[in-house]
Design a protein around this ligand. Structure first.
Ligand SMILES: Nc1ncnc2c1ncn2[C@@H]1O[C@H](COP(=O)(O)OP(=O)(O)O)[C@@H](O)[C@H]1O
Ligand SMILES: [Mg+2]
Length: 198
């Protein structure tokens, strides 16, 4: 279908097969794609405001998939299903469910034993979730919304501000965000923790 996407730093490219799974065939530019995705995500956010899941419910494979599905199902056929190809970011596709299950068990342990402060639990969860990279695309946005649901509903805190600027577009705030992610990759979670409350 000849779509020309320009990928900004830290974004996962889509392969041809994945592009074919675009539900809205009239989308022809990256800007249009962003707009349709954003409209879909806004509906997902509305849904999160109406629900009241416990942390136990949030930390389940079914819930993690449902969030992705609600964010992207109007745009992508693969919304809510784990990726079937390997990417430049993320673990091997066959390890996704195993690693996710381990992450959620760790997270419940941190909560129940107060291993870290609540913000830190949600941010560590977000970072490992995006490292696993369960889905074909949308993993950054999905991991942030999941962290917001965990902190606000599961742990009764306040949603994060994530730099208070658009971080899906290239710019200073996105650079700060990515640098914080790279620090977290090196076991230093503090910059991401600070960024999330900036
Ligand atoms: N080295 C990295 N370690 C962890 N996460 C990363 C790294 N590089 C990029 N990311 C995350 O992956 C996201 C890009 O994945 P992608 O599936 O394209 O999500 P989205 O479409 O929401 O941007 C980035 O926004 C960032 O959150
Ligand atoms: Mg992307």
């Amino acid at each position: 279908m000849g779509l020309e996407f320009i990928y900004i730093n830290g974004q996962t490219p889509l392969d041809e097969e994945e592009k074919e799974d675009l539900k809205i065939k009239t989308i022809s530019t990256r800007g249009e794609l962003d707009e349709f995705e954003q409209a879909n995500i806004e509906k997902a956010i509305e849904w999160t405001l109406k629900i009241n899941p416990t942390y136990d419910k949030i930390l389940s494979v079914a819930f993690i998939k449902e969030v992705h599905k609600r964010m992207f199902s109007e745009v992508w056929g693969w919304a809510g299903t784990f990726r079937k190809t390997n990417k430049n970011i993320g673990i091997d596709k066959y390890q996704i469910e195993i690693e996710l299950t381990a992450l959620m068990a760790d997270c419940k342990f941190w909560i129940e034993n107060k291993i870290f402060a609540e913000d830190e639990i949600a941010i560590r969860f977000k970072h490992r979730l995006v490292k696993i990279h369960p889905f074909t695309n949308g993993n950054g946005r999905h991991s942030r919304l999941c962290a917001d649901i965990l902190i606000s509903k599961g742990l009764k805190g306040k949603v994060f501000t994530w730099g208070s600027q658009n971080i899906t577009e290239k710019g200073v705030t996105r650079s700060k965000y990515l640098n914080a992610i790279y620090e977290a990759d090196k076991e230093n979670i503090i910059p991401l923790l600070d960024f999330a409350r900036t």
